[in-house]
Design a binder for this molecule. Sequence first.
Ligand code: AHR
Length: 613
Amino acid sequence: AMRVDAGSAGRRIPSTLFGVFFEEINHAGGGGLWAELVSNRGFESGGQNTPSNLAPWYAIGDDSQVWLESERSSCFERNPVALRMEVLREVEGGVGIANPGFWGMDIRAGNTYKVSLWIRSLDKVNLSIAFTSRDGTTTLAQSDLILDASEAEEWSKHEMVLEAFDTDHYARLALTSMHKRVLWLDQVSAMPEETYKGHGFRKELALMLEDLKPGFVRFPGGCYVEGGSLRNAWRWRDTVGPWEERPGHFGDKWNYWSDDGLGFFELLQLSEDLETLPVWVFNNGISHSDEVLPELLDPFIQDILDGIEFARGPMTSKWGRVREAMGHPEPFPLFYMAIGNEDCERQYYHANYLKFYYAIKEAYPDINLISNCDGTLKPLGHPADLFDFHIYTSANTLFSMVHKFNHVSRDGPKVFVSEYAVVKSDAGQGSFLAALAEAAFLIGIELNSDIVEMASYAPLFVNTNNRRWNPDAIVFDSWQQYGTPSYWMQHFFKMSNGAKLLPFAVESLNTSAVPVVLSAVRIEDGTSLVLKAVNYGQFPVEIRVSLEGVLSNEIDIFASTITVLSSESLMDENSFQNPHKVVPITSLFLSAATDMELSLPPYSIVALGLPLL
Ligand code: AHR
């Protein structure tokens, strides 16, 4: 039996408890959440020397009649490479270049797309701009850019909106000319006109995040922050300002080029659009292969202080002005920052950590600083507001960690479980079994939310064409997406942020023999109770639940619901073909009462929602 003290004031669960962790991994951002359709839009992906790398751009039409090369002739100082395209003779139907985007562009009839490009020519220009099928046989949307020679002689920007009259989920952008000419092209971008909150995020993916009601967004990594080497680490200042002037960089940890359209500003904007708080993980002078000596750290510290000023400095400050120019005069609420990622054991971590810690605390005492060292078993040995705890393991091990935080010292810093997941053979490419163990682990976190302040699953996204890490919560390609069971499992916890954890007692249920984990909360606005249970065992379990401190007629029986996530087989997964194979099913729970029987199916996650009248 479970006796819940529903009349108790309860203990407040931090509003930050369950959040999300966005890392640029698996093309999560470029070719994913960031709705830019063109890949390598500035022709810079091979670096700033020529010949640079034009791929994935390629010649189309009679390719013997077009000469393509990278040239350092751009009008952008920080992006010197442009494309020189020479059409060698008049060609009917035209010749030119195409960009397949990130494994195809999703172009849909009736939708509109904003294309912009920079161009120069010594002659008049008549350029066809079209979305076509991958093989070029079907035109889906088209527009012509016509300039006379005087208009074309200097670099100029042109923007147009193309409305698609046909659909192809794997389309390409084709720029062609029928006339013998030399054209220079640079910074070619294409975006759906409709994006999440108008800020450039792929709508369906952002809505899946919104649906989780995350308590924070941690970004942009992960290992991505560290870099395989320091020279390829993510540097916030290279990702802000006009997109044409962002140099982009090669993320050598996950091995792909990023145009950095989804930069520091956009990630702060994302957290605002999701009505949540940003958690910025910054490079602390340590990569996977090199480290900055503590005595050489000052410029790195200044760089991070400038980054904070960019995020939340006044408009009178240098970097606050840059933010204002990007359209956000108001400061972003940056109150959480992690000093590096998984670097505790590195030679200079402690020394570098302390330098960052004191410099940031002195200038911004209200920023909570997160250490990479694990303080669950022993004190950190340095000051911190929170410490990171990462766990990737088997289902049984994660289940056995339900009580992991019961004995963590309540006198030290708070815990941020910033990466957790069941991995390897238990996880498949996102199994129900993984979600089941993760749900039990999260109930353990909920029960320990006096010391655990934040938790996030990792990684969040995977583009199936570039699976660098498996499993992930949200799977997508150019046009479709689905949540793995681990994504849906998180829905059971979204009402917990800011809720009151209610005390309860368990009687005559031997939880060491019957693997059931339970919790009870009153949601933040006080309008309902939510009881959660994970049955990690193969047998059904019946639990008698009694609610004390509420009267039967205070429960809205006709609106009470039971939500169950279970599956025929533990290794069941969702897929593009069957995206809803393992999803929570909600039905009315007409037996709601202050004394009731709750049936937990074998291997199940269950939530009872009891609205109060
Ligand atoms: O989540 C994937 C990776 O796992 C992260 O980049 C890193 O922090 C961890 O090792």
